[in-house]
Design a protein around this ligand. Sequence first.
Ligand SMILES: *Cc1c(COP(=O)(O)O)cnc(C)c1O
Length: 219
Amino acid sequence: MINSEVYKQIIEELKLTNTTLVAVSKTKPAADIQALYNLGQLDFGENYVQELVDKETVLPKDVRWHFIGHLQSNKVKYIAPFVHLIHGVDSYRLLQEINKQAKKINRTIDCLIQIHIATEETKFGFDGAELETLFSSDLASLTNIRIKGMMGMASFSDDATKVRGEFIRLKSFFDKYKALSISNYQLTVISMGMSGDYRLAIEEGSTMVRIGSLLFGNR
Ligand SMILES: *Cc1c(COP(=O)(O)O)cnc(C)c1O
């Protein structure tokens, strides 16, 4: 079951700020994805490699698959042939592996660097010092990846001030590095905001929101 009316309303809302919607379909059946696709949605986000691979084989080939979960290096090869954007890159080693797998199949894979903005220890991502190291390392030699921007997850909290502050932090890291031009690519994407906080995220500069439960119902 999908919430068609909510979908249409969100699409209208996002148009005002030119924000991209990634419909997060993890744990939901392929039929739900097909139903949203039939309304015009092409960007879908998944968290688990096996689930993504299974869905990719049965759904239309023009779906743009976003990998938004925690990606283990040894699983990159399964999604490399078709993935549209990998959001959660949280180590240089993972970037190297994505580059290696992309090279094998003669693709260039777009990636977002995950930034640790939440106070919760469990969320993955780079902190400020690690980012500095990353951007001063030899990224240009990774010729089969393109760093398109940054992604973050705010704390799971009702405290809007706190969540807003975390989005502001992500935006400020983005601003710090966006002028970087490594082998002609530039950072343009800020992936932040989910069902509960996407409006706040857009107010603070998000260009891409990842919305699941509002569209597909609770998991
Ligand atoms: C599940 C998930 C979402 C979507 O969450 P909702 O609250 O259902 O909108 C967004 N981003 C990531 C990284 C997720 O794991």
